[in-house]
Design a binder for this molecule. Structure first.
Ligand code: GRF
Length: 217
């Protein structure tokens, strides 16, 4: 049984998608804690409604990034998780923190990395006029929004897309993409080789699964 800790800052819709898929598919895993850095975040109430244990580590109650991360690491390590999932966790993490969880720290970013790291990805994608946009699940490296790519979801940008319609359509894909990637981790199917992710075949075989989903792929 793999133990998963999910870190959130906001509405927690990716956390919800992972929790629901974990239950529906009967993964050999459980979410042992949802940790949030913002008291009152919508995702905390959602996690509680799902019956998940929640913790708050408020960054504003700690003097600086190092102190916050030390408290966060204590809360995480108390659960001895196999995997830490960042799901809309809006704090930049130091190299020390990332190294502590190397190889067991996943993130989802709402763009086709390495395009558009950082914030406002949908607005920037529209401004750049890209025809293809999407989301990426990756192992967290020491650079912001970078690290070995596990899987991506892509869609065609429409001429009448707004920041909101694009965000909504990408989010729907995120809710399929992230549970798929976490499941692969749970099943011990992800290896990092030479800075790239290799997806091992499923136990018992089956056709190779695409690591690109969405409208394009
Ligand atoms: C998602 O778009 C995710 O890609 C980004 O932050 C957003 C979180 O949304 N990292 P939610 O809290 O999972 O609903």
């Amino acid at each position: 049984m793999k133990k998963i800790v999910v870190l959130i800052s906001g509405r927690g819709s990716n956390m919800t998608a992972i929790a629901r898929t974990c239950a529906a598919e009967g993964w050999p895993a459980s979410i042992v804690a949802v940790i949030c850095n913002r008291p009152g975040a919508e995702g905390l109430a959602v996690a509680e409604a799902l019956g998940l244990p929640v913790r708050v580590v408020d960054h504003r109650r700690h003097d600086g990034r190092e102190a916050f991360e030390a408290a966060l690491a204590r809360a995480i390590d108390a659960e001895a998780p196999d995997l830490v999932v960042l799901a809309g966790f809006m704090r930049i993490l130091t190299d020390g923190f990332v190294r502590r969880y190397a190889g067991r720290l996943l993130n989802i970013h709402p763009s086709l990395l390495p395009a558009f790291p950082g914030l406002d990805t949908h607005r920037r994608a529209l401004a750049a006029g890209v025809r293809v946009h999407g989301a990426t699940v990756h192992f967290v490296g020491t650079e912001v929004d970078a690290g070995p790519i596990v899987a991506q979801a892509a869609l065609a940008v429409r001429d009448d897309d707004t920041e909101q319609t694009l965000a909504q359509r990408v989010l729907e894909l995120e809710h399929r993409l992230y549970p798929m990637a976490v499941r692969w981790f749970v099943d011990d199917r992800l290896r990092i080789e030479g800075g790239r992710v290799v997806l091992l075949p499923a136990n018992g075989g089956g056709p190779p699964e695409p690591r690109l989903i969405g409208e394009i792929g």
